[in-house]
Design a protein. Structure first.
Length: 203
């Protein structure tokens, strides 16, 4: 990258929140690829996040059934690999980054929104607060907590290695193109997104 190569560097939120010790404790629900690493590797990742070396923090999404995960209880190689991480991405980073490691809201916004939009060729329509952009916002309350439970997860197969965890930083509202679609953590509409054409010349 320093020599001008068009490469990007990202990590998923679960690598910043879990270690191999959590894998030993949790089993198949925490199986992912690449696998969770030790605490030193995790600390190194956070150093790169805080120094703006990492371009994006992203989510995994593992659309598997609970049964496909449970197969690994007797043979871990039989378990589906991947972590259901879309809904927990922002709450985890509010808790682990903003709350514990002094990551700034500006840095988090760049990592989760602006830079992904730039790489995908959708900026400044997406990932920016400016006249002419799509007015996509998330309103959070750092004094609010959110517990990860099967009822709070909206996925078809609600499972997570973070089940039962209480995270600091609640999502009060989600606004899509100027219209509120989540209010006090509950969906208010089934409004769907739309396909956007990338304007990136190279990706």
């Amino acid at each position: 990258k320093a020599k001008g190569q068009k490469v990007t560097f990202e990590t998923c939120s679960h690598y910043l929140a879990l270690t191999d010790q959590d894998f030993y404790r949790l089993g198949p629900v925490a199986k992912c690829a690449p696998p969770l690493r030790n605490k030193q590797r995790q600390d190194d990742l956070w150093t790169m996040v805080l120094s703006n070396t990492i371009d994006c923090i992203t989510s995994d999404h593992s659309p598997c059934t609970e049964e496909e995960k449970r197969r690994g209880e007797t043979n871990i190689w039989s378990a589906w690999g991947g972590i259901n991480g879309i809904q927990t991405l922002l709450p985890l980073m509010l808790h682990e980054g903003i709350g514990k490691r002094n990551l700034s809201f500006e840095q988090l916004s760049i990592l989760l929104s602006q830079r992904p939009a730039q790489l995908a060729g959708l900026w400044p329509q997406k990932g920016e607060i400016c006249i002419g952009a799509d007015a996509d916002f998330v309103i959070v309350d750092m004094n609010q907590t959110w517990q990860v439970t099967s009822s709070s997860l909206k996925s078809k197969h609600p499972q997570s290695p973070f089940m039962g965890e209480v995270l600091n930083g609640g999502i009060n509202s989600v606004i899509l193109k100027g219209k509120e679609i989540v209010h006090e953590s509950e969906l208010t509409t089934m409004q769907q997104g739309e396909w956007l054409e990338s304007r990136a010349k190279e990706f």
